[in-house]
Design a protein around this ligand. Structure first.
Ligand SMILES: *[C@@H]1O[C@H](CO)[C@@H](O)[C@H](O)[C@H]1NC(C)=O
Ligand SMILES: *[C@@H]1O[C@H](CO)[C@@H](O)[C@H](O)[C@H]1NC(C)=O
Ligand SMILES: *[C@@H]1O[C@H](CO)[C@@H](O)[C@H](O)[C@H]1NC(C)=O
Ligand SMILES: *[C@@H]1O[C@H](CO)[C@@H](O)[C@H](O)[C@H]1NC(C)=O
Ligand SMILES: *[C@@H]1O[C@H](CO)[C@@H](O)[C@H](O)[C@H]1NC(C)=O
Ligand SMILES: *[C@@H]1O[C@H](CO)[C@@H](O)[C@H](O)[C@H]1NC(C)=O
Ligand SMILES: *[C@@H]1O[C@H](CO)[C@@H](O)[C@H](O)[C@H]1NC(C)=O
Ligand SMILES: *[C@@H]1O[C@H](CO)[C@@H](O)[C@H](O)[C@H]1NC(C)=O
Ligand SMILES: *[C@@H]1O[C@H](CO)[C@@H](O)[C@H](O)[C@H]1NC(C)=O
Length: 464
């Protein structure tokens, strides 16, 4: 292990920037760790997660450093930030680099935590008060992995919009693209946006307030075939909503289905932008469109499932698709699935965990967090004593969308871990017509219902 120590000043805080690389002898890996030790230390340690193929990245550490955490992150032994997966996924043609995958999935996360804690305590000459994980998407999956596999590593875990069930999730991103190829129609986004707008219009008021947000996605039974034939227009792009576009929207919401008609993996909720999964690019008039798949998904299918960089996932027959979905789970779930609902050890260690997930997440289905949380509750009916899941209506993947975003979920986690304050709701806010609206995100399975009065204040809503 080589440690290069340097003192740098960021714009507003001074911290000791430690970077080092290490290897697992015999595995031919080289893993980089970033550790930031602020001068004004708050006594806490924070593991910072990544996104997509990125195990972790220094810029993601900045919020933690600014708030006085000793913060750690790692590249996991591959460059998921600037290199396509083709550069690091295989050790040789046809051979997946399973050590890279394992480091990305779990091992490097625990390593950085062990090293990071040791160096932090020796640098300050004091024990760490409490340790926290924070991450969204891949970072959320990593948080769940820490709870499942390294239950003593963190006292508190913030696992936002987690990309767990990786082996099922990664193929499922591609499903709408595959459907478009099957039916021979790649719609302009304007046509799909019109269907989303119609779904929002139909289901908006189920939660008692017309605010362009579907608060009760599970109760939204909008049938896209009802808007077939209606006009859509976005500048030069105009036309009539087609039955094929309705089918694409329905498939994106329903999720992937096997040849026998069995649901393989849930889709995204109606109201979420369809452009994450059913993206296309067209000419200026919305003609001659081609599919734009989420690259992490096609890389997964090409390099990990098929082990053939030249493979084209649009080429799957339905039977081959089913085989690929099965192969993905069969070969990789135990490495990176992060699907284990048994959190007994995390609970025994005294850990606390919060997940919040945007209901308008265009990439990772809100419903898969519902599934995971229900599985956890299925094993331990009292799991909400240590693990709480909050739904964020109208929020997209990790952030964005017009819904209220949690203002400081990490602070809620700290209050739970350090002061025993159990979060009943998560404070959130949004800008509506230029003014600030405050909301309380509800603990799943409760949903926020407008009860009348000033819609900008949280007390006008109830979780029920
Ligand atoms: C180890 O990794 C390096 C760089 O990735 C590569 O050039 C080398 O061939 C690898 N060695 C073995 C024994 O696989
Ligand atoms: C610490 O230094 C490394 C090497 O110069 C740099 O890549 C990294 O961004 C720095 N860390 C932070 C948190 O700024
Ligand atoms: C925002 O303002 C517009 C125009 O006055 C109004 O139609 C709309 O209902 C307002 N939005 C909400 C959520 O109140
Ligand atoms: C989620 O799953 C439930 C059943 O588990 C289903 O009723 C619902 O339609 C799904 N979709 C959404 C967006 O909640
Ligand atoms: C949507 O897809 C589901 C599953 O394939 C199907 O059962 C349902 O009939 C479809 N709905 C519409 C409106 O196409
Ligand atoms: C959709 O594809 C276009 C064209 O490649 C791209 O610019 C855009 O960022 C994509 N949108 C999403 C949500 O991925
Ligand atoms: C459609 O796009 C292809 C590839 O970009 C191009 O070769 C072709 O000329 C386009 N066709 C029309 C009708 O614009
Ligand atoms: C996809 O299928 C077509 C037609 O069967 C074939 O010509 C083409 O080579 C395939 N492409 C790839 C990348 O497998
Ligand atoms: C939410 O409130 C915080 C202050 O509590 C403010 O900084 C932020 O801009 C608000 N966000 C929105 C979207 O209004």
């Amino acid at each position: 292990m080589n440690a290069i120590e340097s003192r740098v000043d960021s714009t507003s805080v001074s911290f000791c920037n430690v970077t080092f690389t290490y290897t697992h002898p015999g595995q031919n890996d080289s893993i980089l760790v970033w550790l930031a030790l602020p001068e004004a230390w708050n006594g806490r340690f924070q593991g910072v997660g990544g996104g997509g193929w990125v195990t972790g990245y220094p810029t993601e550490m900045v919020p933690a450093i600014l708030r006085g955490y000793a913060a750690v992150s790692t590249d996991g032994g591959h460059d998921g930030f600037s290199q396509p997966a083709d550069q690091w996924a295989q050790v040789s043609p046809g051979n997946v680099d399973l050590y890279v995958l394992q480091n990305f999935a779990s091992v490097a996360l625990n390593d950085m935590t062990v090293f990071g804690k040791q160096l932090t305590e020796s640098y300050y000459g004091k024990p760490i008060k409490n340790s926290y994980w924070s991450g969204c998407s891949t970072g959320g999956r990593q948080g769940l992995m820490m709870a499942q596999r390294y239950p003593n590593a963190y006292d508190g875990i913030l696992a936002t919009a987690p990309g767990n069930y990786w082996a099922e999730l990664l193929p499922s991103f591609f499903w709408p693209q595959w459907i478009m190829k099957q039916i021979g129609y790649f719609p302009p986004q304007c046509e799909l946006d019109a269907i989303t707008a119609a779904a929002i219009n139909a289901c908006d008021e189920l939660d008692g307030i017309k605010d362009n947000i579907i608060g009760l996605t599970g109760a939204c039974n909008f049938d896209p075939s009802t808007v077939v034939g209606q006009p859509y227009a976005c500048g030069e792009v105009k036309g009539i909503i087609s039955d094929k576009a309705a089918l694409i929207a329905n498939s994106t919401w329903t999720g992937s289905v096997s040849l026998e008609g069995k649901l393989q993996w849930p889709g995204i909720a109606p109201g979420a932008p369809l452009s994450g999964r059913a993206n296309t690019t067209c000419d200026a008039y919305g003609h001659n469109c081609t599919g734009v798949p989420f690259s992490v998904s096609t890389e997964w299918l090409r390099l990990f499932v098929e082990k053939d960089p030249a493979f084209d996932p649009y080429n799957y027959s339905h039977a081959e698709w089913d085989r690929a979905v099965h192969a993905s789970v069969q070969q990789y779930d135990s490495i990176i699935g992060t699907s284990d609902p048994d959190l007994t050890d995390f609970k025994s260690a005294g850990g606390k965990m919060i997940t919040w997930h945007g209901m308008a997440d265009q990439l990772i289905p809100f419903n898969q967090t519902v599934r995971y949380y229900n599985q956890v509750l299925g094993l331990d009916a009292e799991a909400s004593d240590f693990y709480r899941f909050f739904a964020a209506p109208g929020v997209d993947h990790c952030s964005g969308g017009i819904g209220a975003q949690p203002t400081d979920p990490l602070a809620a986690l700290i209050a739970w871990v350090e002061n025993g304050e159990i979060p009943q709701t998560l404070a959130a806010n949004r800008t509506v017509n230029g003014s600030n609206w405050e909301h309380d995100l509800c603990l799943y399975p409760l949903a926020s219902i407008y009860k009348g009065g000033d819609p900008a204040v949280a007390s006008s809503y109830q979780c029920e």
